[in-house]
Write a protein that binds this ligand. Sequence first.
Ligand code: TRP
Ligand code: ZN
Ligand code: CA
Length: 438
Amino acid sequence: MSLSVSRRLAAVTAFAVAGLFASAAPAALAAPTAVAAAPTPPDIPLANVKAHLSQFSTIAANNGGNRAHGRAGYKASIDYVKAKLDAAGFTTTLQTFTTSGATGYNLIADWPGGDPNSVLMAGAHLDSVSSGAGINDNGSGSAAVLETALAVSRAGLQPTKHLRFGWWGAEELGLIGSKYYVNNLPTAERAKFAGYLNFDMIGSPNPGYFVYDDDPTIEQTFKNYFSGIGVPTEIETEGDGRSDHASFKNVGIPVGGLFTGASNTKTSAQAQKWGGTAGQSFDRCYHSSCDNTANISDTALDRNTDAAAYAIWTLGASTPVPPGPSFENTADVNIPDSPAAAVSSPITVSGVAGNAPATTKVDVNIVHTYRGDLVVDLVAPDGTVYNLHNRSGGSADNIVASYTVNASSEVANGVWNLRVRDTAAQDIGYINSWKITF
Ligand code: TRP
Ligand code: ZN
Ligand code: CA
């Protein structure tokens, strides 16, 4: 036994009968106040989204009919989006790269605030093919991401996660811009991504409602939105990896996204559930000159933009479940050397409705010179025993540990005990404190 332990034990004896001190202050039982209720996701005005599409259409018309990589219409599209974001308080970054003998641009917009170590990003490719204005492919995704970002600004959203928005160049040449962005992220930055949401072709004129089945949480978030508005969805299968999310997925970042279909044909079963025309492509103008402002389903664009906002609000604001009330006993309880009966430190729990959770947390602080001597149990009010520690750890001293106990079959209120028994002679110690959190 060390000197310090022996002195401590002597000092403790005088008030060992002082009994328990449970920190069950009424405030601990009140509804958690540190966590604000998640704000309600907005209904994004379709007219705003369509106004961006009409700007993209004008930009193409003024610049040779397209917004393709290396063409004036692409840079004009970037300038348009960047000006909107700058005016709304975003921190924007223009990233340049070179491909096919021309300068390409990615635009990154950061919303100030949120956890810098947990980044939620939404993105869309901004380039068209050279044959047309690219209004569905991908003015639709670009406009939806832009209007979602502007809605974040209008709401003054203060999400838990750090929000980032991106518009990619040269997607049509093989995901060049998004690959460039991801390849130039330091490994430490990649690790900070909670997720990447992709929006490419979300206003197809004969639409399907396709959700990427990559990250389950992101997928479920989108599905929840659509089930809430009574619209059935299917898994996206028209060429997995054919858009910018693949660049993120390839380096292990969780991804998800939405899609309303390209050149594939809508089946009669799909027309039954979604309306539209069976036997016809989801987008008959895919990569054609007719991909203009008439090549849009307003309903699909509206629903998918609202789904984007729902996902950003929900995934961006999700807060870890706050801990429930905590009760603590800080009175020292001497653990006599073996052979001796077990000793217990009680905590009286009151004011907690129902049963204890499956994740009942028990923090144990035992001062001892040989933890391998000890058997430590949590004893529920009805006498059920949950073993926390059974002589493990050998000659190491002290047990300062946190245990998660599935106590869901126990009524929370009542007297809980931390019971400790010393099973081998020589080393001794005391229960310093313990805490139970529901
Ligand atoms: N990205 C493709 C394009 O721009 C369109 C596309 C085809 C797509 N299959 C997809 C987009 C699947 C998202 C998901 O031409
Ligand atoms: Zn395309
Ligand atoms: Ca002992």
